[in-house]
Design a protein around this ligand. Structure first.
Ligand code: NDP
Length: 296
């Protein structure tokens, strides 16, 4: 069997088009634009690439983008003061603090200082609690993108066995909560899981979020299962730098029913979901109907 490729790049383009159409309508009807503020501290080159890409796509869907680039030696007090200002700014509907922060800054403290209604990354403890208890929240962008692709491919997910490999706060745990919300039977695996291949073999849906290049192998996959590969790993192969996922694409694609590629799978959906979350935050702030199909 050769798996169907779930094209995250194309799907992300449709999400962005929906967001752009909704933003255009809001402008016409209310004369207002959603605004997204992105805060970056320090010089991490990969983080700067992400922030530039986020700003570009924010503008392309017709939203206002506000970038705050702070030096690596910014104090916690200075960063918290900026977030307080953005919390109070009525032209800002979404706030994202690019992670990782320099080591002298307490990420939890900083994230929890964001107004939960503007927390478009969904990392604030209030949003984590709301998601965990099945209430309306801001949903972390990467797992939201995975859920959208799964719903689009399968329709109803209820009763499916899902194995999420990885238990991080930004991917694994919220992903498991979202799948539970869609009535999957969910297993969360991690570095202490015994006989991981046989756990993964039970899954109709495998979400690989381990941060280990090509770790999930084809002989771990139940024939016909869907593999969502969250991993982004830069490795050297044949003298060239390439991106690979946490699943071994070739062997998994030979067994799975469907699979997301890397690049071009989960990655593009993450920024599209950030834009969708900013639109959702705007609509909630203004008490307007929320766009359909753009949240959990
Ligand atoms: P973390 O490093 O925070 O978490 C990795 C998880 O994988 C941990 O729970 C860890 O278990 C588990 N793990 C590590 N090694 C093994 C193993 N040998 N067997 C089983 N489980 C293992 O990573 P993230 O969740 O932040 O990211 C995961 C991947 O997703 C990375 O490749 C990252 O680059 C990518 N990513 C992609 C995004 C996108 O937009 N596409 C966005 C965010 C992340 P334990 O808890 O026991 O240590």
């Amino acid at each position: 069997m050769t798996a169907q490729i779930i094209d995250g790049k194309a799907f992300a383009a449709t999400v962005r088009a929906k967001v752009a159409a909704h933003v255009a309508r809001l402008k016409e009807e209310f004369g207002e634009h959603p605004g997204l503020a992105v805060v970056i501290v320090g010089e991490d080159p990969a983080s700067h690439v992400y922030v530039r890409s986020k700003a570009k796509q924010t503008i392309e869907v017709g939203m206002n983008s506000y970038e705050h680039k702070l030096p690596a030696d910014t104090s916690e007090a200075e960063l918290l003061a900026l977030i307080a200002k953005l919390n109070a700014d009525t032209s800002v509907h979404g706030i994202l603090v690019q992670l990782p922060l320099p080591k002298h800054l307490d990420s939890d403290l900083v994230i929890n200082s964001i107004d939960p209604a503007k927390d478009v990354d969904g990392f604030h403890i209030s949003n984590v609690g709301l998601l965990g208890t099945g209430q309306k929240s801001m949903v972390p962008c990467t797992p939201l993108g995975c859920l959208m692709m799964l719903r689009d491919y399968h329709g109803d997910l209820s009763g499916m066995n899902a194995v999420v490999v990885g238990r991080s706060n930004i991917v694994g745990k919220p992903m498991a909560n979202l799948l539970l919300g869609d009535s999957c039977t969910v297993t969360i695996a991690h570095s202490r899981t015994k006989d991981l291949p046989s756990v993964v073999r039970q899954a109709d849906i495998v979400v690989a979020a381990v941060g280990r290049p090509e770790m999930v192998k084809g002989d771990w996959i139940k024939p016909g299962a869907t593999v969502i590969d969250v991993g982004i790993n830069r490795i050297e192969r044949d003298g060239k730098g390439i991106l690979v996922g946490d699943a071994d694409f070739d062997s998994c694609a030979a067994v799975a029913g469907a699979i997301t590629p890397v690049p071009g799978g989960v990655g593009p959906m993450t920024i599209a979901c950030l834009l969708a979350n900013t639109l959702t935050a705007f609509c909630r702030a203004k008490d307007l109907p929320e766009p359909q199909g753009l949240t959990a």
